[in-house]
Design a protein around this ligand. Structure first.
Ligand SMILES: O=P(O)(O)OC[C@H]1O[C@H](OP(=O)(O)OP(=O)(O)O)[C@H](O)[C@@H]1O
Ligand SMILES: Nc1ncnc2[nH]cnc12
Length: 180
């Protein structure tokens, strides 16, 4: 366990990259945080607890969103004793999928999930690194709904409040370890 709080770790170890991937965007780079063993353990523990409290009940599957979400969601799934489900960018999953297209802070994307990844009634927790415009989480919640499963919550490291993602996710249980 780190002596530094999760808030402090996120402050110290997430680095701002100005004008990347395009002018006007300040990219929040989590790679220094991932490279610090204590910090990585601390944020995985904190996301696990946040996810548990958002869900307020059983969690059958933890969904990780490609690519940075994968890194955090798999250890959270292990900690919760739940299975892991990858939500991938278009064209990467081999089986029949559901697909949803959405807009990002920088550009557009399509997310896919295997149709049989969740059974009707499954309770799914979503884990990602950054909540920005909310498009990614909204698309993922739609994929969960397509399976007849329940989105019990989304937990992220960072919420970029200026982009008002939470407005788009009204009514969904969403939590962030740090708000910027
Ligand atoms: O709230 P939004 O505006 O939808 O943005 C948040 C998403 O943007 C980033 O993913 P990106 O598509 O850049 O993928 P990456 O993890 O592969 O870098 C980030 O990891 C979130 O998934
Ligand atoms: N500014 C940002 N930094 C890192 N990831 C992001 N995803 C969307 N906007 C982002």
């Amino acid at each position: 366990m780190s002596d530094r709080s999760v808030e402090t770790l996120l402050h110290e170890l997430v680095r701002d990259i100005p004008d990347w991937p395009e002018p006007g965007v300040t990219f929040r780079d989590i790679t220094p945080l991932l490279a610090d063993a204590e910090a990585l353990q601390a944020v995985v523990d904190a996301l696990t607890e946040l996810g548990r409290s958002l869900a307020g009940g059983p969690i059958d599957r933890v969904l990780g969103i490609e690519a940075r979400g994968f890194i955090l969601a798999a250890p959270v799934a292990l900690a919760l004793g739940a299975g892991f489900v990858p939500v991938r960018k278009a064209g990467k999953l081999p089986g029949p999928t559901y697909a949803v297209s959405y807009a990002l802070e920088y550009g557009e994307a399509t997310l896919e999930m295997h149709r049989d990844a969740l059974a009707p009634g499954d309770r799914a927790l979503v884990i990602d690194d950054v909540l920005a415009t909310g498009g990614t989480v909204a698309a993922t919640a739609r994929l969960v709904g397509e399976c007849g499963a329940t989105h019990v919550g989304t937990a992220v490291l960072l919420e970029l409040e200026a982009l008002h993602g939470r407005d788009r996710l009204a009514g969904m249980p969403v939590g962030a370890l740090r708000r910027l």
